[in-house]
Design a protein around this ligand. Structure first.
Ligand SMILES: NC(=O)C1=CN([C@@H]2O[C@H](COP(=O)(O)OP(=O)(O)OC[C@H]3O[C@@H](n4cnc5c(N)ncnc54)[C@H](O)[C@@H]3O)[C@@H](O)[C@H]2O)C=CC1
Ligand SMILES: O=C(O)/C=C\C(=O)CC(=O)O
Length: 354
């Protein structure tokens, strides 16, 4: 075994169907007296349920979470937290709402309790993203890592099937890249493989029956593990491409991960064949991880072409230029011509072969 460094990042996880019932206890354990509840406008009802559970400890609800955390909404939420004298924030929702909580914590150090309702995995990472003047900046800071996470699969039953599949593939991307990250380690390797296994088992089951609580539990468990991997090791080409396409071309986050992932894996296959074999085995496609991920997405009705999620072919050159400038570390060197071809293939929705 190669030498490695492992640093445990601590957060408290409460997992299981119905675990929202423990919210008051968890708020108490955080020592919080006034919690600001964060959500998107569409999840206001879930936020109201949260506020009702904690009663007097609810300082109010801020329901303006938006994807990619525009600085304006972060400022508004920070001001609201201050005005209400909040000493804690509860983020109920997907990565956008967790991201808003992180933006508040970055500035104020307020502890965050996250209740994830998608599979993005942000709740397990110290990574934040804030968008200002059309540019998304990401960074790492332990202050933004939620202190407590409540995973209650019952809260994900209403997540639309399409978003469930793409969000699950967003999580799988964290695990896949975590297996070949420059700073990967055997512990994260175990979590990544188990996360990939759980998610690839869950997605067809929840597509067949979105109310299947066992499938929803598997998916949330997978999201937890995959998010933990993202929080502990570095990102590479796949995440760089997604941040470029999402940040500069405003493509939807989970869908862009879904389309790009098989192509990023194919790009890296020759550089890390053993890792691809591990990914392939975990998803039930032992000889072809890239093709297996493409098939998983396509067979569950998820988009597989950038042209189907709003990308213009005329913008592919600019996307390639942005992605090669200031690249993340990657096991295969980033070559402009090969990357441009990857983007073309992803735009057309070609099935890659690893
Ligand atoms: N910093 C990190 O570690 C990570 C950050 N992210 C960030 O998270 C954002 C994307 O998050 P996502 O979770 O993909 O989407 P999202 O949080 O934007 O949610 C998408 C939509 O689904 C709705 N929704 C969520 N859960 C629902 C449920 N259970 N039932 C009904 N509707 C529901 C939301 O209200 C929203 O309208 C991006 O900004 C991305 O950059 C994503 C992964 C990791
Ligand atoms: O791409 C991802 O899923 C992981 C990280 C981010 O989205 C960064 C962010 O919070 O914007």
């Amino acid at each position: 075994m190669d030498a490695f460094v492992y640093t445990g990042i601590a957060s408290r996880v409460v997992f299981g169907a119905g675990s929202l019932q423990h919210l008051e206890r968890e708020i108490e354990l955080l020592g919080a007296r006034r919690a600001l509840v964060l959500c998107t406008p569409g999840q206001r009802d879930q936020a109201e349920r949260v506020a009702a559970i904690i009663g007097d400890r609810a300082a109010g609800i801020f329901d303006q979470a938006v994807m990619h955390v525009p600085i304006e909404s972060a400022r508004e939420a920070r001001a609201e937290a201050q005005r209400m004298g909040a000493d804690c924030a509860i983020a109920i929702g997907g990565g956008s709402t967790t991201g808003l909580g992180k933006a508040i914590a970055l500035d104020s150090g307020l502890p965050i309790l996250a209740i994830p309702t998608t599979y993005a995995g942000s709740e397990m990472t110290p990574i934040y993203g804030i968008t200002e003047a059309g540019l998304k900046k990401t960074g790492k800071d332990l202050r933004v890592l939620p202190r407590t996470v409540i995973y209650d699969p019952e809260l994900t039953i209403g997540l639309p099937v399409g978003l469930s599949i793409t969000s699950g593939l967003n999580a799988m991307a964290h695990a896949a890249e975590g297996l070949y990250a420059q700073d990967t380690n055997p512990i994260m390797g175990l979590l990544a493989e188990e996360g990939l296994r759980a998610m690839s088992r869950a997605l067809p089951a929840l597509k067949a029956d979105p109310a299947d609580l066992s499938a929803r539990s598997d998916a949330l468990y997978g999201a937890w593990l995959c998010g933990t991997v993202l929080g502990n090791v570095g990102m590479a080409l796949h995440h760089k491409l997604c941040h470029t396409l999402g940040g500069s071309f405003n493509l939807p986050h989970a869908e862009v991960h879904t389309v790009v992932l098989p192509h990023a894996m194919a790009y890296n296959t020759r550089a890390v064949p053993d890792v691809m074999a591990r990914i392939g085995r975990a998803i039930g496609s032992p000889d072809d991880a890239a093709g297996g991920l493409f098939d998983l997405a396509q067979s569950q009705g998820a988009p597989v072409a950038l042209r189907d999620i709003g990308m213009q072919e005329a913008d592919l050159d600019r996307a390639a230029d942005i992605a090669v400038g200031n690249p993340y570390w990657n096991p295969r060197p980033i070559e402009r011509t090969a990357l441009r071809q990857l983007l073309q293939d992803a735009w057309e929705g070609k099935r890659p072969k690893g």
